[in-house]
Ligand binder design. Structure first.
Ligand code: NDP
Length: 614
């Protein structure tokens, strides 16, 4: 196996994917397994390049001088990067040098098509400040090309070769069948190109406090759940009134564990039903796309029908309330077993299937964050399944059980207004998530984080047992609220939901089809990856408007519990911390992905989540 040719830190010339142009880049690392160099462009964009796409600077200087002296026609080719040049025109205007003519006896048309395509790719992908201004609707300044570090490669490749290059880097224009004239058109402001994903290499920047942090979280997260549930059961759930520890044997019941397993596998059966459309996820680092069945909403309907049947046959759903702690222990035991299984199987997974965020080589860290990105048994995607089904649907079933328990314990003919609000708000949230299930495919959880303890515990224990805390609290600590208060809280929840939903939809629609006429009024900054960053609309208000809406809703879920204790406000406090941390993680990833364009976006939209505050 030949050793690497370029060293870390070396400044070389790297080919811009899909084009015939070379930019000055710095080698930042090398992946021995994938044989790819990570290089950094001057605008901060990082890409993984093959050795064949990298040249030493000296070889270029040599070629450049040769080229400029021997072939004046080439200089005119270089100038043809100006947008004023129509792709159809060079066919007539360009004179081919004698050497080129000798080299390429191919069909003239083919050559010209190829050249046009290469230029299209160049215009689409070249990180240009002027483009940013133009797309933002700012006055356009005279176009200046940074020719100092760009050299047009002499070799002209046939169409097929260009196509291969585009596929290799997962680059594709929004409409492959679009004519090049259309792509060059002044009217077309943007052509989406699939993101350029790096082939996963070792995770160098550790999150969550690194090895020590993740080790502690493995104990801290379950301890927090049990503390909250024990507190909630107390008559006086004040923070300083520490609950007595229950006897160990009271925490486990095989029957409860059996019910939990039954629930989990029932959801798995619903997931496997051949109903609902099948969609493709984002391209993986190897260019492959996984398929996902979108039937979460059907699973919810089937679950609702099953619960209805159980209630019809007088099944006492408050069994869940009576054994709540045992259910939480069962779910925690199951998620731990699942995490161990996931880690063991990840050891055999090919390098390219490991998670970008969970491949540090440290056992504890990878076990916690998840080593394998998309663990699957056949077509059964374990992470995707756990993200939205057993835990999320389980959450609303638990809420319903709490509502019934409240009625039974307090001998009510109707649930309390507070309980109705909490149940309705959270039901709306879950139904919304399931209705928009496809949107999860572009989230960090699916694209970046592996499936390990963090997500397994989060999905199966934290979400159903901590997010239902308000309903659990209300059973033991009834609160009476007036209709006007209920109306005000409902308005708050609706405002939060409106921001949350419209911000998420705006971004998802933009990602799916940037040329959607409904989004025509929105401005965006183009980035070197081909994807744009919205700078008007919700995403021009703050950098994470969806988080803002989510936090407003979280507050609305806690308010029906009154102000006697802080316990029901745990969710909103925790959620602010979670989203502030998540926002920081996302910023970091976006900075790496988009470089200068992301910095420009941050300048245009200075606040992260809370306008004028943070
Ligand atoms: P987001 O939906 O916030 O997506 C972040 C991504 O959006 C970025 O990585 C970037 O990805 C893209 N993006 C960022 N800025 C822009 C812009 N200006 N224009 C266009 N695209 C942009 O990710 P999350 O997964 O964190 O959140 C999804 C939803 O889930 C949110 O509503 C959040 O509140 C909710 N959530 C709920 C949790 C809960 O426990 N209830 C937990 C976590 C999240 P790219 O450019 O690659 O497309």
């Amino acid at each position: 196996m030949p050793s690497r040719k370029f060293a870390d830190g070396e400044v070389v010339m790297g080919r811009w994917p899909g084009s015939v142009l070379y930019y000055e880049v710095q080698v930042t690392s090398y992946d021995d397994v994938a044989h790819l160099y990570t290089v950094k462009y001057k605008d901060g964009t990082e890409l993984a390049l093959k050795e064949s796409d990298i040249r030493s600077q000296s070889s270029f200087k040599h070629r450049k001088s040769q080229s400029s002296s021997s072939s004046p026609s080439r200089r005119s080719s270089s100038r043809s990067r100006s947008r004023s040049r129509s792709p159809g025109r060079p066919a007539k205007g360009r004179r081919r040098s004698a050497s080129q003519s000798r080299e390429h006896k191919d069909d003239k048309k083919k050559t010209l098509q190829e050249t046009s395509l290469a230029l299209v790719v160049l215009v689409l992908l070249k990180p240009s400040e002027n483009n940013t201004k133009r797309y933002n609707g700012e006055p356009e300044s005279t176009e200046k090309n940074d020719t100092s570090c760009i050299i047009l490669e002499q070799k002209l490749k046939p169409d097929l070769e260009i196509k291969r290059v585009l596929e290799q880097y997962s680059l594709r224009s929004r409409k492959d069948d679009k004519k090049t004239e259309e792509i060059f058109s002044e009217k077309k402001t943007f052509v989406a190109v699939k993101p350029i994903e790096k082939v996963p290499s070792k995770t160098k920047e550790l999150e969550f406090g690194g090895r020590i942090g993740t080790f502690m979280l493995i104990f801290l997260l379950p301890a927090t759940v049990f503390y909250l549930l024990l507190m909630c059961k107390q008559d006086d759930p004040s923070l300083l009134n520490f609950p007595p520890l229950p006897a160990l044997e009271s925490l486990w019941e095989w029957r409860v564990f059996g019910v939990f397993l039954l629930w989990f596998f029932l959801q798995a059966v619903f997931y496997l039903l051949p109903i609902g459309k099948v969609v493709e996820g984002l391209p993986l680092s190897n260019g492959r796309k996984l398929q996902y069945r979108i039937n979460g909403f059907y699973a919810f309907i089937l679950t609702a029908a099953a619960i209805g049947v159980l209630l019809y046959f007088q099944f006492e759903l408050h069994y869940l309330y009576d054994h709540f702690m045992q259910f939480a222990v069962s779910a925690a035991a199951f998620s731990l077993a699942l995490s161990i299984y996931l880690y063991v199987r990840s050891l055999k997974a090919p390098e390219e299937e490991l998670a970008p965020g969970g491949n540090s080589g440290y056992f504890i860290y990878d076990f916690f964050t998840g080593h394998e990105l998309n663990p699957r048994i056949g077509s059964f995607d374990l992470k995707y399944f756990c993200e939205l089904r057993p835990g999320l649907i389980g959450w609303v079933v638990i809420n319903l059980a709490m509502l019934l328990a409240e009625m039974k314990i307090h001998n009510l003919s109707m649930p309390s207004l507070s309980m109705i609000l909490v149940n309705s708000f959270q039901l709306l949230y879950v139904v919304d998530a399931l209705w928009n299930e496809e949107a999860i495919l572009t989230t960090m959880d699916i694209t970046h984080d592996g499936f390990g303890f963090m997500l397994a515990f989060g999905d199966l224990v934290w979400v159903p047992f901590v997010y239902s805390l308000q309903a659990f609290y209300l059973v033991g600590h009834p609160i009476t609220i007036t209709w006007p208060v209920a109306a005000a809280i409902t308005v708050l929840n609706c405002v939060g939901y409106y921001i949350f939903r419209s911000a998420n939809s705006q971004k998802n629609n933009f990602r799916r089809n940037p040329a959607d006429p409904k989004l025509a009024n929105l401005k965006f900054i183009p980035t070197a990856t081909g994807k744009g960053l919205l700078v008007t609309g919700w995403w021009g208000f703050v950098r994470h408007p969806n988080y803002l809406g989510d936090i407003i809703m979280a507050l609305a879920w806690s308010l029906p519990c009154g102000f006697n204790h802080i316990l029901p406000y745990f969710y909103v406090i925790y959620f602010i911390c979670l989203l502030v941390h998540r926002e920081a993680r996302d910023e970091h990833h976006c900075k790496q992905k988009y470089g200068l364009a992301w910095e420009r976006y941050c300048q245009r939209v200075p606040y992260r989540i809370f306008p004028y505050i943070y």
